[in-house]
Design a protein. Structure first.
Length: 309
C-alpha cells in the first residue's frame, strides 16, 4: 500500500487533494499511481482549514477540491484562496451531477469539473495535464498584466494597487513608508539627438540601476514615459533620502553605455519623495505630494531630491 504520509520526492510535482473523506484520498492516490504519461506525488488535506492553508502556502502543480467539505462549501474555500494565491489551478470534484454546480465552479475559478463516480486514471491524467498547462498560461498572462513591456518593471496599475495596500497597513500599524517619483533629466534631448530606440535603452538602463541599487523589499515601477515610482516599506523620510541619493550616486558611476553604437550617455534623475502619516491623508494624496516635489526638483535645477514643500 502507498504511504500517504511519505514526503514527496523533490524532483516530482505534487497534487493537492482536499477532501474530508479518507476513502477518496485512497482512491485519488490509486488513480494518480495509474497515470501513464506523468508522475505526481500526492498531498492530502481532510478539512476546510487545512486545505486552505496548504492551497495558499503550497507550490502544487494542481489541486483537486471536493465541492462539499463537512458543512462548508469548496467554492467558498476557492474564493478565499484565490485572494492570496491565484496561480494553482483547481479541479473541482463532486458527487453531484448538477449543472448549477458545474457553472458555479467555473465562475469561481475552477479550471475543470469532474464527477467522482466517473473518475479513471486516463480521465484524471488528462484533466491534470490540461489544468497544469492552462495554469501556466494564466500565470504568464497575469505576470504580463503586472509588468511594463519595455523594462520588465511593475507597471503603473500594479504599483497603485501595492500603494493602496501599503497605505492601509501603514495606517493600521502606524508604521511609515515612503514613495519616490523619479524622472530622467533632459530625456527629450536623448530622443531628439539619438532616436527613440536609444531612448528606450536609456529607460531600461535606469530601471536596472534602480532595481540593483534599492533593497529587495522596495518595489520599482515604470510610472509612464521616462518616469519611475519607488515604494519603500518601513521607511521614514531620512531613510528614503539616503536610498534615493544612493541611486543618484550609482547612476553617476554608471552612465548608459551602448557599445554597439560607440555611445555613452550620462543619466541623472530628479526625485520627489513623500512619507505616509506625515505628508498626506490618503494613498492618492501621498502620490500627489511626491509628484509635486518631483516638479519642484526639476524646477530647482534637476539632478536632485526634494522631500519638503
Amino acid at each position: 500500500m502507498t504511504d500517504l504520509t511519505a514526503s514527496p520526492a523533490p524532483h516530482r510535482r505534487t497534487l493537492l487533494c482536499i477532501d474530508d473523506d479518507a476513502m477518496v484520498h485512497r482512491i485519488v492516490q490509486h488513480l494518480v499511481d495509474g497515470f501513464r504519461y506523468s508522475r505526481y506525488d500526492c498531498e492530502f488535506a481532510a478539512s476546510y482549514e487545512d486545505g486552505l492553508v496548504k492551497l495558499i502556502n503550497g507550490s502544487h502543480a494542481a489541486c483537486l477540491l471536493d465541492y462539499q467539505l463537512d458543512e462548508r462549501n469548496g467554492l467558498e474555500l476557492l474564493r478565499e484562496a484565490r485572494r492570496v494565491n491565484p496561480d494553482t489551478p483547481v479541479i473541482m470534484i463532486t458527487s453531484s451531477e448538477s449543472d448549477e454546480v458545474d457553472i458555479a465552479a467555473a465562475e469561481t475559478g475552477a479550471v475543470d469539473f469532474l464527477l467522482k463516480s466517473e473518475l479513471t486514471p486516463p480521465m484524471l491524467e488528462r484533466a491534470v495535464r490540461y489544468a497544469v498547462k492552462l495554469g501556466a498560461s494564466l500565470q504568464q498572462l497575469r505576470a504580463m498584466a503586472l509588468r511594463d513591456e519595455l523594462t520588465g518593471l511593475l507597471n503603473r496599475r500594479e504599483l497603485q494597487n501595492l500603494l493602496q495596500n501599503e497605505w492601509m497597513r501603514s495606517v493600521r500599524f502606524r508604521r511609515p513608508f515612503s514613495v519616490g517619483l523619479a524622472d530622467i533629466d533632459f530625456f527629450k534631448r536623448v530622443n531628439d539627438g539619438h532616436g527613440h530606440m536609444v531612448g528606450d535603452r536609456v529607460i531600461c538602463h535606469v530601471g536596472q540601476v534602480l532595481t540593483r541599487t534599492l533593497r529587495r523589499l522596495d518595489r520599482v515601477a515604470r510610472f509612464g514615459g521616462e518616469e519611475f515610482a519607488i515604494l519603500m516599506p518601513e521607511t521614514g523620510r531620512r531613510e528614503a533620502v539616503i536610498a534615493v541619493e544612493r541611486v543618484r550616486a550609482a547612476l553617476a558611476q554608471a552612465p548608459c553605455v551602448l557599445a554597439d553604437q560607440n555611445l555613452t550617455i550620462p543619466v541623472t534623475l530628479s526625485f520627489g519623495v513623500a512619507v505616509s502619516l506625515e505628508d498626506a491623508d490618503s494613498a492618492d494624496g501621498l502620490l500627489a505630494a511626491a509628484d509635486k516635489r518631483l516638479y519642484d526638483a526639476k524646477n530647482g535645477g534637476r539632478d536632485r531630491v526634494c522631500v519638503e514643500g
